[in-house]
Design a protein around this ligand. Structure first.
Ligand SMILES: [Zn+2]
Length: 313
């Protein structure tokens, strides 16, 4: 499946979100702009896609996480682009909310630009002359929105639906009800039945119903087995942390991650799955366990005392 020519899909990895350029009759628009640390790489990729960042007039933000809006400040400075987002993201950015956005956890970095425009569910927003319908897609992030183009049936869905997976459900911050929200968002996407979903990370999704069923099953397993949910979060957060800080020594990474505090919140559920539970005072054991697993699976290498991820940034 090829995307309609108005869309350019810039696929990244796990630290930078995917970005989407929209080019219709108007000036180019951009949905999501990657991580703050990789602004130059993002600008290069936009140029390689045939768009000068100076010509981008609109930037849409799917949600508050720092891997989705890192280049906003730079592009706005270059082009004067207006930046639009959902009402909750706008509120959080407006008051520099650092807990609900996860900015103060997971070694996140953000340089937030406040909203010029607010997109509410059901609004029709025009990007580069093309109309998009705004969808609320909470779960992974309570503020997440999607952009649906009804003529081409393309949905920009961010982290509500990935290929065989979805963005982590950080219940320690947002509460267990986000599992229901995530399910609702997946069902909403399935009911809409887009021809293609452009996810926030990973490959384009064209078998939306089948993929949706797989994710619903996964959410159900998180609900029934909290240990599974805790492992999903723990593995992804550790990978994300190493990706952000690499190359970094194991000791230094673990000391930063423990200070972050998130792992402590998932330890009781993790311990339900272990033959020998890890004491809170030995939290480093959990990190060592996961890092060794990553090394064993070829996802991380430890060379000359430093950890480096082999998965795409
Ligand atoms: Zn996210």
């Amino acid at each position: 499946m090829k995307l309609p020519s108005e869309f350019t899909f810039i696929q990244r990895g796990w630290l930078n979100c995917n970005s989407i350029l929209i080019q219709g009759d108007g000036s180019p628009a951009l949905i999501d702009s990657g991580h703050l640390r990789y602004v130059d790489e993002t600008l290069d990729l936009i140029r390689k896609a045939g768009v000068e960042p100076e010509t981008i007039r609109q930037i849409g933000v799917t949600h508050c996480h720092c891997d989705h809006h890192g280049a906003n400040k730079t592009i706005k400075a270059l082009s004067g682009a207006t930046i639009g987002m959902g009402p909750l993201t706008a509120e959080w950015f407006g008051r520099n909310e650092r807990y609900l956005t996860w900015f103060e956890q997971l070694t996140q970095e953000a340089d937030v630009v406040p909203a010029d425009e607010i997109y509410n569910e059901g609004d029709i927003v025009t990007f580069s002359g093309i109309p998009f319908e705004i969808l609320s897609l909470p779960g992974h992030a309570p503020d997440s929105i999607g952009f649906y183009q009804p003529d081409s049936r393309v949905l920009i869905g961010a982290d509500a639906m990935w290929e065989n997976d979805l963005g982590v459900l950080h219940t320690a911050v947002h509460g267990p009800a986000i599992l229901d929200d995530a399910e609702m968002a997946v069902r909403k996407i399935m009911a809409l039945d887009p021809a293609v979903v452009i996810p926030g990370h990973g490959n384009l999704i064209t078998d939306v119903q089948e993929n949706g069923q797989k994710i619903l099953k996964r959410i159900d397993s998180f609900r029934n087995e909290p240990g599974r949910a805790a492992w999903h979060i723990t593995r992804r957060f550790i990978m994300y942390g190493i990706l952000t800080l690499q190359p970094i020594s194991r000791e230094k990474y673990i000391s930063i991650a423990i200070t972050d505090g998130w792992a402590r919140q998932y330890l009781p559920d993790i311990n339900q799955t272990l033959d020998e539970p890890i004491a809170e005072s030995n939290l480093a054991d959990l990190f060592n366990l996961v890092i060794d697993e990553f090394i064993g699976r070829g996802l991380v290498v430890e060379k000359e005392g430093s950890l480096t991820c082999l998965v795409a940034k």
